[in-house]
Write a protein that binds this ligand. Structure first.
Ligand SMILES: Nc1ncnc2c1ncn2[C@@H]1O[C@H](COP(=O)(O)OP(=O)(O)OP(=O)(O)O)[C@@H](O)[C@H]1O
Ligand SMILES: [Mg+2]
Length: 433
């Protein structure tokens, strides 16, 4: 084989060997700097191109239009490392490649006018400056030290450009990986922070809800207590009005009729006046009795719930012309005092609602005890309550009914059928007495 063809085939073998080493280096799973070090060491092994064991890589800072020294292999002075940290685009050899994006060869640092930067310990050397391009975008520049007047023929240039492409792609991939990793760790910490915030907000909210519940409970107890006090007060006033005022008026009436007997018969005007006073007194006594009864019917305490309902229904019949069908069992007379009062007031509120809203002509009230549950049902034949009215938080009358049932762990339902009427059903767990 002729010597020159032997040489060129050796060179090609060497180029492929180095390309292969670089390809291996850029695939290694190490960090970016270690990977670039392996790749640059592989390139500096390029004996036939007379590359020295010195090389370095700049990365492009597109925003600032500078190259930043990222990594080197081989021995560099600290002066070099310090001054070359940043090279503006267009400056010296590497800055020129940053602008042109083309491979550059420099014969000698002392004769090449483009080699603008010089260093105190500089010895004669040449350069290959390789653009690092990924997808046609320049992301860095690799500088290789060579002997002066390095070999420069077409084939080597292509190999160096391919190596530049491999390295550029590897850098880009690592940068994307790093960005992704940073993004995902930021995301993770964000999620962690948000989770922590949500947990604490949740805890705070739970505390507030608990607080509200307690306040609500307290308000309920208070309302219940006030209702009890009102009932007692009404009872007391009813007794005083009935007993004291009623008795005084009855005494007055007796005195008046005694007086009447003593009036002289020849003065009929006086007699007439006394009779009229007597009639007024009768009306006043009735009013006193009615007021006392309405405040709190003594019948409720004396005879029980059924009797009180019968009496109250009779009053309503007279006053509003409503027909009542009552179905109450006598045994309920023995209900506990507060429960008796609550059921009686519910009955009154339900009938008041019928009178005010239902346009009904008849009502039915039924009370029974089944399996330890007392059920009171108050029905009318009016227009029927609507669901929205039942749910309305401003339906204070209905809320009052619900609150009266609550202390007894009972439940109440308002069931309306349009045009047919309304049923108010109260159920309270109870021990049969
Ligand atoms: N028996 C009924 N038939 C038809 N509609 C009714 C009946 N009972 C209640 N409603 C409707 O439900 C609403 C709420 O009743 P609720 O007793 O809460 O309030 P109210 O009677 O209007 O006022 P108050 O707070 O003075 O009782 C009424 O306004 C009425 O429209
Ligand atoms: Mg009402």
């Amino acid at each position: 084989m002729p010597q020159s063809s032997q040489k060129s085939s050796d060179l090609i073998t060497d180029e492929y060997r180095i390309l292969h080493k670089v390809a291996q280096a850029v695939q290694s799973p190490v960090g970016l700097k270690a990977m670039l070090r392996e790749a640059m060491l592989a390139v500096t092994d390029f004996q036939d191109l007379k590359v020295e064991n010195k090389a370095g890589i700049f990365l492009v800072d597109e925003e600032k239009k500078v190259l930043r020294l990222f990594h080197t292999v081989g021995k560099f002075s600290s002066e070099f490392l310090e001054r070359e940290r940043k090279v503006p685009f267009g400056d010296c050899l590497c800055g020129r490649v940053a602008v042109s994006g083309e491979l550059l060869m420099s014969e000698s640092c002392f004769t090449d006018a483009r080699h603008e930067r010089t260093f105190s310990d500089m010895t004669a050397h040449g350069h290959y400056i390789v653009p690092l391009k990924a997808d046609a975008k320049l992301i860095g520049v690799m500088f290789l030290y060579t002997n002066t007047h390095p070999v420069w023929y077409q084939h080597s240039q292509e190999v160096l450009l391919s190596i530049g492409g491999l390295i550029a792609n590897a850098i880009q991939k690592k940068q994307v990986d790093a960005a992704l990793e940073e993004y995902s760790s930021r995301l993770e910490s964000l999620v962690e922070r948000r989770t922590a915030e949500l947990t604490s907000a949740n805890r705070k909210l739970a505390g507030e809800v608990e607080g509200h519940k307690n306040t609500q409970e307290e308000l309920r107890r208070l309302a219940h207590q006030i209702q009890g006090i009102r009932e007692e007060e009404k009872g007391r006033i009813a007794r005083e009005v009935h007993d004291e005022l009623g008795q005084s008026m009855t005494a007055l009436k007796m005195d008046l009729s005694n007086l009447e007997k003593k009036l002289p018969a020849e003065n009929p005007d006086l007699l007439k006046q006394a009779r009229s006073m007597e009639n007024l007194l009768d009306a006043a006594i009735k009013s006193v009795q009615r007021i006392a009864m309405e405040l709190r019917p003594p019948i409720l305490d004396a005879f029980g719930l059924c009797e009180a309902i019968v009496w109250q229904a009779g009053e309503y019949e007279k006053r509003f012309g409503l027909k009542f069908d009552l179905n109450c069992l006598e045994e309920h007379a023995e209900l506990e005092g507060n429960l008796k009062t609550a059921l009686f007031r519910i009955f009154q509120e339900a009938v008041t609602n019928v009178v005010r809203h239902a346009e009904a002509s008849a009502m039915a009230v039924e009370m029974k005890i089944n399996d330890g549950t007392l059920q009171m049902e108050i029905c009318d034949n009016g227009k029927g309550i609507q669901d929205a009215q039942v749910r309305d938080s401003f339906s204070l009358g209905l809320i009052g009914i619900r609150e009266r049932v609550r202390p007894f762990k009972g439940e109440v339902r308002f069931l309306g059928t349009p045009g047919k009427g309304t049923r108010v059903v109260v159920r309270i767990p109870i021990q049969k007495t």
